[in-house]
Design a protein around this ligand. Structure first.
Ligand SMILES: C[S@@+](CC[C@H](N)C(=O)[O-])C[C@H]1O[C@@H](n2cnc3c(N)ncnc32)[C@H](O)[C@@H]1O
Length: 315
C-alpha cells in the first residue's frame, strides 16, 4: 500500500477559502475574528473607553466588587486560560484576587497585541508563569503541556456573543474537553436591555466603532489581498430584536465590486455586508448554551446589565 501524504493548506489559503465562502452567503458576511489585527485590537481598546460602551465599565465594576468572592469560589493554585484575552486588562483584577495562581495562558488571534499584553502581565506578576498562545478558538486549542493546577477558563467581554448559537455551543463543548471534569469556566456575557442603550454602544458619536468596522476591510487587503475600497462603505449598527443581537454591517455608499482570488462580488449601492453580531443573553439562555457545565455562582451589576457566571464541567 502506498503511503498517502496530506498537505495542510497554508493559513492564507484557509483564510481566503473562509472569506470567499462568507462573501458568497446571502446576505454577504465577513467573519468578525478578522477585525483583530494590531490596529483593530488598538481600536477595540479605544471602544472599551468610550462613554457609550457600557460593557467594559460594567463588567469591570462587577470584578472590582466581587473578584475576591470569585477567587474564593475558584480556589488556590489554578491554571488560568483566557479565551480572547485582548489586552488582559480586566484579568489583573482577577489575578490580584486569586490565591497563588500557577500559570496564566492568554489565548488570542491578534498575535502582536497578545504578546505585548503577556509581557505587561509578566512584568506585573514576575512569579507567575505566563505562556501566551496565538490560536483561533473556533478550532481545538492545543495547550503547551500538562495542567499546572485546576484548569479555569476565563472568557470575559461577552465575546461569546459574537458567535452563532451553534458556534457558541461548539466552543463551550470543546472547552469542557480542554478543562476536563471539575474544570471551571468564568464567563462574562452581556444581558438583554433597551435598544436605546444598545445602539449607541455600537455606534458611538466619535466614530471609533465605525473606524473599527471599516478596518476589517483594510486588514483583509493585506491578509488575503482582498481588492476593496474601504472608504466606500458606511458603518451601520442595528438591533435585531428577533435574534436578540446587535448587528454591525458595512453598507456600500456607491456600487462596489470586491475581488478575491479571481472571484468578484458585486455590492450595489445600499447593499450591506454583515461583519459582527453581539448576542444579548438572559442567565437562563447562557446555561442552556453551556449544556456540559453546572452553574456554581453568578455576579451581576445593580442594573442587571451584565452577568459574570462561574460554571463547573459536569462529570
Ligand atoms: C470583544 S474582544 C474582548 C477582549 C477582552 N477579552 C475584553 O474583555 O476586553 C474579543 C477578543 O477576542 C479575540 N478573538 C476574536 N475571535 C477570536 C478567535 N476566533 N480566536 C481567538 N481569539 C479571538 C480578539 O482578538 C479580541 O482580543
Amino acid at each position: 500500500m502506498n503511503p498517502t501524504t496530506t498537505q495542510t493548506p497554508s493559513p492564507k489559503v484557509r483564510y481566503t477559502e473562509e472569506i470567499l465562502a462568507s462573501l458568497a452567503e446571502e446576505p454577504p458576511r465577513l467573519p468578525s475574528k478578522y477585525f483583530y489585527d494590531a490596529t483593530g485590537s488598538r481600536l477595540f481598546d479605544a471602544i472599551c473607553a468610550l462613554p457609550e460602551y457600557y460593557l467594559t465599565r460594567t463588567e469591570t465594576g462587577i470584578l472590582e466588587r466581587d473578584a475576591k468572592a470569585m477567587a474564593a469560589a475558584i480556589g488556590p493554585h489554578c491554571e488560568l486560560l483566557e479565551y480572547g484575552s485582548g489586552s488582559s486588562t480586566k484579568t489583573t483584577l482577577l489575578l490580584d484576587a486569586l490565591v497563588k495562581p500557577a500559570r496564566y495562558i492568554p489565548i488570542d488571534v491578534s498575535r502582536a497585541h497578545l504578546h505585548d499584553a503577556a509581557q505587561r502581565i509578566h512584568a506585573r506578576y514576575p512569579d507567575l508563569s505566563v505562556e501566551p498562545l496565538c490560536a483561533d478558538f473556533a478550532g481545538e486549542i492545543v495547550l503547551p503541556s500538562e495542567a499546572a493546577g485546576t484548569r479555569v477558563a476565563y472568557f470575559p467581554g461577552s465575546t461569546l456573543g459574537n458567535l452563532t448559537d451553534a458556534g457558541a455551543r461548539g466552543l463551550l463543548e470543546r472547552m469542557t474537553r480542554t478543562l476536563g471534569p471539575g474544570g471551571l469556566l468564568l464567563i462574562g456575557v452581556d444581558l438583554v436591555k433597551p435598544e436605546s442603550v444598545l445602539v449607541p454602544a455600537y455606534d458611538d458619536a466619535a466614530g471609533v466603532t465605525a473606524a473599527f468596522n471599516r478596518n476589517l476591510l483594510v486588514h483583509l487587503q493585506s491578509l488575503v489581498d482582498l481588492q476593496v475600497n474601504p472608504t466606500a462603505f458606511e458603518h451601520r449598527a442595528i438591533w435585531n430584536a428577533d435574534e436578540h443581537r446587535m448587528e454591525m454591517w458595512l453598507e456600500a455608499s456607491s456600487d462596489q465590486v470586491l475581488e478575491l482570488a479571481g472571484q468578484r462580488f458585486a455590492i450595489p449601492r445600499g447593499k450591506r455586508i454583515l461583519t459582527e453580531f453581539s448576542h444579548k443573553y438572559t442567565p437562563e439562555r447562557l446555561l442552556d448554551l453551556a449544556a456540559g457545565f453546572d452553574p456554581v455562582a453568578r455576579w451581576s451589576d445593580p442594573q442587571g446589565w451584565f452577568l459574570v457566571q462561574l460554571l463547573r464541567v459536569r462529570g
